[in-house]
Design a protein around this ligand. Structure first.
Ligand SMILES: [Zn+2]
Length: 90
């Protein structure tokens, strides 16, 4: 996504950009796309950047899930990991 490339150069701008995108989505009642939704920390409402302000781990074998930890507030989120095929079916 666009914010990712901005982040490399201007982290603060990228966070603002993420925040703005979230607000626009709320105002226009457009749902944040599934692949974006997990990237917002519920607690501090920032956009999470894997390897920069978030840690991401894949856990579980039979029921794989992603564990996302916000490094700012320590909030941990778990979400099921879906394969491309499963994602298209839902
Ligand atoms: Zn957080």
């Amino acid at each position: 996504m666009l914010a990712d490339s901005i982040y490399m150069r201007e982290p603060e701008l990228a966070i603002k950009y993420g925040e703005l995108a979230r607000r626009i989505a709320q105002r226009s009642r457009v749902r944040i796309p599934r692949e974006w939704r997990w990237r917002y920390c519920k607690k501090c409402k920032i956009l999470l950047y894997p390897g920069i302000n978030a840690q991401i781990r894949l856990r579980g074998r039979r029921l794989p899930h992603i564990v996302i930890k916000c490094e700012l507030c320590g909030e941990i989120r778990r979400m099921p990991y879906l394969s491309e095929r499963e994602r298209n079916e839902t």
